[in-house]
Design a protein. Structure first.
Length: 256
C-alpha cells in the first residue's frame, strides 16, 4: 500500500459521494484537458479517468503514492507527473482545467500558481481547508477578506460550492473542508501593466490592516492623492475594483 506523510499535509479523501459531487461540478463546464493536483490514493482519480474525450494528467510529489497509483490504476500509465506542482511547467500547451483535494499546507501557494497560469487555467475546482475557501470567496467588509481574496477575485470569479466533513478523509483533519470553483472573469479587473503595483498595494495595505489606508500605504502615493476620502477606509473595506483604481495613482516608480 502506502504510508501517510504528515510533512506533505496528506489527508486522503475516501468519501465516494464527495468524489461524485466534485465530478458533477466539473461536468458543468466543458473542457478537454484536465490536471489533477495531488491524487493521493486515487479516490477521485478513478472517476476522472472515466471522463470521455479528456486529456488527463495528474501531478504527485510523493513517490510512494506514484508507485501505488501506477499499480492500482493501469489507465494512469504515461499520465502521472512525479513532481511538485509548484515547480512544474504548464502540463498542457493550451487551456486546461485543474481539480484536486489540495494539501492544506500549500493550498494558498497553489492558488497563486493558478493566478500565474490564468491565461491557460479555464476552471479550477478544488478542496481547501474551510477557512481558506472562505477567504478566497470573501466579500469586502469582513475579517476573512484579505490578500488572497483580492488577488484571486481580480482575475477569477469564485463560487463556494459545498462543505465536506472531517470524516470524509483518512486521517480526519482537525478542520472542516470546502470545495470551491474559480472561473475566469470575462474581463479582468487589473491589466498586466498595472499588476505589479496592484499586488504591492494589496499586500502593503493588508499587512497593516488595522490602520487606515492613508497610514498603511502612504509611502506608495503622493500627498495630494492621499487626500482622497478612500484613504480613510481600512483595507478590508475596499473592493477589488477600488484597489485596482488606486493602483493607477501610485507613484510612478518600480517597487521590488
Amino acid at each position: 500500500m502506502y504510508t501517510l506523510k504528515k510533512s506533505l499535509g496528506q489527508h486522503f479523501l475516501h468519501d465516494e459521494n464527495v468524489c461524485r459531487k466534485i465530478v458533477t461540478e466539473l461536468k458543468r463546464h466543458s473542457f478537454t484537458r484536465l490536471l489533477e493536483v495531488g491524487p493521493g490514493s486515487g479516490a477521485l482519480t478513478k472517476y476522472l479517468l472515466e471522463l470521455p474525450g479528456v486529456d488527463f494528467k495528474a501531478v504527485e510529489i510523493d513517490n510512494d503514492k506514484v508507485s501505488f497509483l501506477e499499480k492500482t490504476f493501469p489507465g494512469l500509465t504515461g499520465k502521472l507527473i512525479e513532481s511538485d506542482f509548484l515547480r512544474i511547467s504548464k502540463p498542457f500547451p493550451g487551456n486546461f482545467t485543474i481539480v484536486g483535494n489540495f494539501p492544506y499546507n500549500i493550498s494558498s501557494q497553489i492558488v497563486f500558481r493558478i493566478l500565474d497560469w490564468r491565461d491557460s487555467v479555464e476552471c479550477m475546482i478544488g478542496m481547501f481547508q474551510k477557512e481558506v475557501a472562505q477567504r478566497i470567496c470573501a466579500e469586502p467588509g469582513g475579517k476573512v477578506y484579505g490578500i488572497i481574496s483580492v488577488l484571486t477575485q481580480a482575475f477569477y470569479e469564485p463560487t463556494y460550492l459545498f462543505e465536506v466533513s472531517e470524516k470524509s478523509f483518512t486521517p480526519p483533519p482537525k478542520v472542516r473542508s470546502a470545495v470551491i470553483r474559480l472561473l475566469p472573469r470575462q474581463k479582468a479587473i487589473v491589466n498586466p501593466a498595472q499588476e505589479q503595483n496592484f499586488r504591492l498595494l494589496v499586500r502593503t495595505a493588508f499587512n497593516q490592516r488595522r490602520k487606515t489606508m492613508r497610514n498603511a500605504v502612504k509611502q506608495l502615493f503622493d500627498e495630494e492623492i492621499l487626500r482622497d476620502d478612500l484613504f480613510e477606509k481600512r483595507a478590508e473595506q475596499l473592493s477589488v475594483f477600488e484597489f485596482s483604481e488606486l493602483s493607477l495613482s501610485m507613484k510612478n516608480q518600480k517597487y521590488a
